[in-house]
Design a protein around this ligand. Structure first.
Ligand code: IMP
Length: 203
């Protein structure tokens, strides 16, 4: 009989992230479930940290304690050199609390108005943490280097994808890539690949 998989609750209400996590860690020996799978609402965890690591940990630990089981969380955002690293941990609320992706993207383009191509370097960063039942952590991270475009292009992905030109995508914005193409080069894809390697090395 196959060994029972260890269950891990994923600290997100974002269905897209869950699909990515399940696909990237399919052979990790872990089964990923959501709060909804456990008959509960997603937790509303305040992301009060100043670093991606702080917020990933806050989310994973809140889920671990609430559900009494291993938990996985990620935190990610866009870091723009010419803006001193902003929006960073405030990426989802750059244009204000409850700002839409469009509001945030517009604000970013406004702040970079007049900046030439050589001033538009940026990167997406992602930190993932897996906490076991007792709170022992396995950390992983990934970065996707690129530039902020002068205008939005493409309809795929989410967030800042229409204005992010990854160095590895030959002039296409992240929003012009297929999901598979994005996952192969994205910060989250790289962080999950890093975590997978660590989990497989443990076995
Ligand atoms: P969180 O990791 O869900 O807290 O995401 C923070 C914010 O960073 C998102 O709301 C987006 O604005 C931005 N972000 C993170 N990952 C991506 C991505 O893959 N594409 C575009 N924007 C992203």
């Amino acid at each position: 009989m196959a060994a029972e998989k260890r269950r891990v609750v994923v600290a997100t209400g974002n269905a897209g992230k869950l699909v990515e996590i399940r696909a990237a860690l399919a052979d990790s020996g872990l089964e990923f479930v959501t709060a909804a799978d456990l008959g509960a609402e997603p937790l509303d965890v305040a992301e009060t940290g100043e670093q991606f690591t702080d917020n990933a940990y806050l989310k994973a630990d809140a889920y671990r304690k609430a559900f009494g089981m291993a938990a996985l969380a990620d935190d990610s955002g866009l870091v723009v050199d010419a803006l001193g690293g902003r929006p960073g941990v405030r990426s989802s609320r750059f244009a204000g609390e409850n700002a839409s992706d469009l509001d945030n993207t517009r604000k970013l383009l406004e702040e970079l108005d007049g900046f030439g191509a050589e001033m538009r370097a940026a990167r997406f960063q992602c930190v993932v943490v897996l906490l076991d039942e007792k709170g022992a952590a396995t950390w992983a991270c990934g970065t996707c280097e690129g530039q902020i475009a002068f205008a939005p292009r493409g309809s795929g992905g989410f967030g800042y994808d229409p204005v992010f030109l990854p160095d590895e995508s030959a002039g296409y914005t992240m929003a012009e890539l297929s999901i598979a193409e994005k996952n192969a080069i994205s910060h989250r894809g790289k962080a999950l690949a890093d975590l997978r390697e660590q989990l497989l090395a443990e076995d």
